[in-house]
Design a protein around this ligand. Structure first.
Ligand code: PA5
Length: 475
């Protein structure tokens, strides 16, 4: 179906997270939801006002179809010119693209011959891990590599260092003039070191929208440009996000899917001692969404101070798991260990491939139950079985089902989970924007690396004996 005619298709089933299913102690009751409903409605109004005053700009990203057009044109120009594509960025500057390409690209896209692959091979340099960076530079053909460096602030140490390494390798391989055409920067339109360098060296640039935190940029050029280069239907993603936005307009906690998910998770934490939230898709392709959401949930909600300035140390630890693999790793703990988790399973209505399970040899009647079976059916029944086992052990769980895995559904997920996070922040009374804890670590890194302007912090850090010892051994 053309994406412009499609409506949101995600289905949320939260029956197994309720007191009826798992008992009063562990499950959210109807009274819990009734009690939190006025707060949700108030916060809905406040978030709407914030949006009108320009604070919740991430909500407008699905409308940026002009930018998507520009990205599609650029991607069309470069897709066949380059054999390799390196994305350099970390956290919110890479997780969205990794999730998108992981969900919508061929699982072995880098191994496919060029004529069977949509776009260049895709590599990500997020960690400044010397082994991975060196291996990437050995693997790509630098003469036909497009580099996309992504940084909102333009100064994150990991990204800056990885970029300097790759830029230098490009300069040596093809010379500075040609290298310039092989670099595209996604950064703040006006500020920051990467903006300065891009203007100085004449790189093609795309904007990171001002007023939007890195972890909310998946539907901006940050996520869409790498996705389009990998052949993803970025207009379909925006349409899916817009469809979810349209669906999630009610102030009623039971009507608005994002608010419902937010209320269930916050109530699970604050009233039913569930300080952990597991996201467990039953599709390898959606594991990246769980990883992307993990950052979103952790950085947005993990806050020391409430909006009123009192110390609350809020947050719920997000965990990613993958069905069915983690049934053989984590589920023992989730089912019989501490009852401290809400588990959100992600189900898929129809997988993109059907793989029949051949009839077992007659000598193995024990495997006869596979007869006429199919792998997707097995995987989905494992999900049902897990949900059943968790519920039986009074472990609250809910299921979000997507009818299919495609660009539209992915856009829906991205919007839904972002709105869930914003409302969860409101219910915890914390500001879901900003990441002071991350910035503290970034500043300490600058200080320990000897960046000018950070001398006082360096001196302060080195008064801690442990730090001083490590630093002196290192230096
Ligand atoms: O969500 C965020 O703001 C962070 O996770 C950032 O994305 C991350 O720290 C990278 O920052 P930058 O894009 O400024 O390099």
């Amino acid at each position: 179906m053309a994406s412009e005619n499609r409506t949101s298709g995600l289905v949320i089933d939260y029956r197994n997270a309720t007191a009826t299913a798992v008992g009063e102690e562990h499950g959210v009751s109807a009274t819990d939801l009734d009690d939190i409903a006025p707060k949700v409605a108030d916060e809905h109004a406040r978030i709407g006002q914030e949006h009108d005053s320009g604070v919740q700009k991430w909500q407008d990203l699905p409308d940026n179809t002009e930018l998507a057009d520009e990205i599609v044109t650029f991607a069309g120009d470069v897709r066949d010119r380059f054999s390799d594509f390196i994305l350099i960025g970390i956290g919110g500057s890479s997780l969205g693209a990794i999730a998108t390409i992981g969900a919508l690209g061929h699982p072995f896209r880098n191994l496919l011959p060029p004529d069977q692959r949509e776009g260049p091979r895709f590599f990500v340099l997020d960690n400044p891990d010397p082994e991975k960076v060196a291996a990437t530079l050995e693997t790509v053909n630098l003469e036909s590599t497009l580099v996309n460096v992504v940084s909102k602030s333009g100064q994150t140490a990991e990204t800056a260092a990885n970029f300097l390494v790759v830029r230098d390798a490009l300069h040596r391989a093809v010379g500075p003039d040609k290298a310039r055409d092989q670099i595209v920067a996604t950064t703040d339109p006006a500020e920051g070191l990467l903006r300065q360098l891009s203007d100085q060296e004449g790189y093609r640039t795309f904007p990171v929208p001002p007023g939007v935190d890195g972890r909310q940029t998946v539907l901006s050029a940050v996520g869409l440009l790498p996705a389009a280069i990998a052949g993803v239907d970025v207009h379909g993603m925006l349409a899916g996000a817009a469809a979810m936005r349209e669906r999630a307009t009610s102030s009623d906690v039971r009507e608005n899917p994002a608010y419902l998910l937010a209320a269930l998770s916050v109530l699970a934490d604050t009233k039913h001692h569930k300080p952990m939230l597991v996201t467990m898709p039953y599709a390898d392709a959606l594991y990246g969404i769980a990883d992307w959401f993990r950052q979103l949930w952790a950085e947005s909600l993990g806050k020391k101070l409430s909006v009123n300035g009192s110390v609350v140390n809020a947050g719920q630890t997000p965990i990613k798991a993958l069905g069915a693999i983690d049934q053989h790793s984590q589920i023992q703990l989730y089912t019989e260990g501490p009852n401290d988790k809400l588990i959100q399973l992600i189900a898929v209505g129809g997988y993109r491939d059907t793989v029949a399970i051949p009839d077992p040899p007659g000598s193995m009647p024990e495997l006869g139950y596979f007869t006429g079976g199919e792998l997707g059916q097995l995987l989905d029944r494992e999900r049902l079985a897990t949900s059943w086992a968790l519920t039986g052990a009074q472990r609250p769980n809910l299921t979000i089902t997507t009818p299919s895995i495609d660009a539209f559904a992915l856009g829906e997920f991205f919007y839904l989970l972002q709105l869930q996070t914003v409302m969860a922040g409101a219910l915890y009374d914390v500001n879901p924007f900003g990441q002071p804890g991350v910035e503290a670590g970034k500043n300490a890194t600058y200080a320990l690396m000897g960046r000018s302007g950070y001398e006082a912090l360096k001196a302060e850090l080195l008064t801690e004996p442990e730090n001083a010892r490590a630093y002196i051994n290192d230096a």
